[in-house]
Design a protein. Structure first.
Length: 552
């Protein structure tokens, strides 16, 4: 029997703990002017540039992190991931989002079957649906072409496509310019009811996106959408055939709901929900930016997959980003992480990442079920940087909380011919302003008021202590390719962290109990059945039922 050594007892781990202790006495400003250190801590992968030199680490710490990665067999774990080994041990399946990005001529045998042809068949189905809608051949019940597509999904069946559609608004091809893509996720119905008021049933198409096809949030929105359609055309079969597409791993459940076979697109159990935007869950992206741009996103992600599986650890962008994440969260005990894009097109990216990182790595047991004795995933949140400067940066600069940040920005912007010369010039200046702010903020977070040569007579309420670590990630430009690479970079960062922490990033058991209890609560809310409850819940329920009874 092999002897199990907890991570925290590995010599590489203890070495880093010692380094972290020593780092407590170092301010980032002590490291900030070392050119050689800067050079050693800046990296490139194709159109992505990574600067981790504003992190509280040096070459010996980075080497120590790489040695830890080797000690926990990260290179083998990466090969296991991309080759289809059962990396999701609690659900006994592989996690093959990387396969979704393999080119047609690739091949990957899983359970004695090459899965690449199936993946490309599904892409071909997506393409044919996209073509029919873009060429106005997909008609609603009255014979008019579809003008509005509503994606109904939640979590991974919403955030990935929503994020990418927001990010790529400048890549809409002419054939898609008249098509509007909308997203509805929330169970309370607000988004849907607001939206339905602006749409025409005869020209609206719903995509019901759900890996499991059991998620009540999605099914309740889909049910309301169906009722809205039926009010205009009381012929369920016709409405289903012309106005509902289903995307799921569960064909029987889609069929039971009424989605005709022709309107179903399937994907596979081995695609995790939060990793599914590359599958048919990405249909809204393809509808928004065209299939060629969607494929370019896949190519960008595939480029990053190759970096991840082939580059040495110390030169490997996702590995480096993951190691820095572990260094901050576990060794420096920084429990909050903010993602700050300096580009309004990436406004959904922080929300997307909050699911990707926190649903994957918000865990407290290792793969064998032992309780962990170290901190894992930090609280992750974010916002478009320039807006956040006028909102929560106060806390970053003068609060009591240590926070690590990722600054993300494209180098080039507004290069297209969409604008008049004057407008283009003005927008380019706005982009430079955004970049200047991006650089200014990470500099102040690092140096504090030493960045402005302030003196000791400055009162405390005006002082900036600095010493908040950050990473800066620059993209040559934001395009389908670079977006694909960026998203894959973070997917792999999450995996790297999970391997160091020895946790399964591909399950999410922590979200299940709330769903069960909500079912019980619904019974307590709408029926007279007695349910044993705690005092607070009982009181709130009483209040709601009492108020409803009085017609409030
Ligand atoms: O409840 C969490 C979750 O299962 C996520 O992991 C998932 O992305 C989301 O719900 C939606 O699930 P589905 O695609 O099965 O509707």
């Amino acid at each position: 029997m092999s002897h199990f050594t907890p991570r925290s007892e590995l010599p590489e781990w203890c070495f880093l703990q010692g380094k972290a202790k020593a780092m407590q006495h170092t301010h980032l400003r002590d490291l900030a002017y070392d050119q050689a250190r800067n050079q050693a801590l800046t990296f490139q992968a194709g159109p992505l540039f990574l600067d981790i030199s504003k992190q509280k680490l040096d070459a010996s710490i980075l080497n120590g992190l790489v040695r830890l990665a080797e000690a926990v067999k990260l290179p083998q774990a990466i090969q296991d991931l991309v080759s289809g080994a059962v990396v999701n041990n609690t659900e006994n399946r592989p996690a093959l989002h990387t396969a979704l990005r393999l080119p047609k001529e690739g091949s990957l045998i899983v359970n004695d079957k090459d899965i690449v042809p199936d993946i490309h068949e599904s892409l071909a189905r997506m393409r044919s649906i996209v073509d029919r809608i873009h060429s106005r051949q997909w008609r609603g019940f009255s014979g008019r072409a579809i003008t509005d597509v509503v994606n109904i999904g939640v979590g991974g069946s919403d955030l990935g496509p929503y994020m990418a559609c927001q990010a790529l608004t400048e890549f809409v091809p002419p054939e898609a310019s008249q098509l509007h893509i909308h997203f509805v996720s929330s169970i309370d119905g607000t988004q849907l009811s607001d939206l339905l008021g602006t749409l025409k049933p005869e020209t609206t198409l719903f995509i019901v996106s759900s890996k499991s096809f059991t998620t009540i949030d999605t099914l309740s929105n889909a049910h309301t959408a169906m009722q809205w359609m039926l009010k205009s055309k009381n012929d369920k079969q016709l409405v289903l055939a012309h106005h509902f597409i289903g995307v799921s791993t569960q064909p029987q459940k889609m069929t039971a709901w009424g989605i005709p076979d022709n309107n179903q697109i399937l994907f596979w159990e081995w695609v995790g929900g939060r990793f599914s935007l590359w599958s048919a869950i990405g249909l809204p992206i393809a509808l928004k930016v065209g299939m060629a741009n969607f494929e370019s996103m896949l190519a960008g992600a595939h480029f990053m997959d190759n970096e991840f599986s082939q580059k040495p650890l110390a030169q490997n962008l996702p590995v480096l980003l993951g190691l820095v994440g572990v260094w901050n969260a576990t060794f420096l005990d920084i429990r909050a992480h903010s993602v700050l894009p300096y580009d309004g097109r990436l406004k959904v990216f922080p929300s997307y990442l909050s699911q990707l990182e926190m649903e994957s790595n918000g865990k407290s047991v290792d793969k064998e079920g032992h309780l962990l004795d170290y901190h894992t995933c930090p609280v992750l949140w974010g916002e478009v940087g320039p807006n956040a400067q006028h909102a929560f940066y106060q806390l970053l600069h003068q609060g009591t909380q240590a926070v690590s940040c990722d600054f993300i920005a494209p180098i080039q912007r507004y290069t297209g011919s969409l604008y008049s010369d004057e407008a283009k010039k003005s927008l380019q200046i706005q982009h430079q302003l955004a970049l200047a702010n991006c650089l200014a903020q990470s500099r102040v977070l690092m140096l504090g008021d030493a960045s402005a040569n302030s003196d000791d007579s400055t009162p405390n309420f005006k002082r900036y202590r600095g010493n908040q670590p950050s990473t800066t990630l620059l993209l040559e430009e934001l395009s389908p390719f670079t977006l694909g690479a960026l998203v894959a970079l973070y997917e792999h960062k999450v995996f790297v962290m999970s391997v160091i922490w020895d946790i399964n990033p591909f399950d999410q058991w922590g979200v299940e109990l709330g769903k069960k209890i909500a079912d019980k609560m619904m019974i307590a809310l709408v029926s007279d059945e007695k349910v044993a409850l705690d005092a607070s819940t009982q009181g709130l329920l009483h209040l709601i039922r009492h108020a409803e009874g009085e017609g409030i």
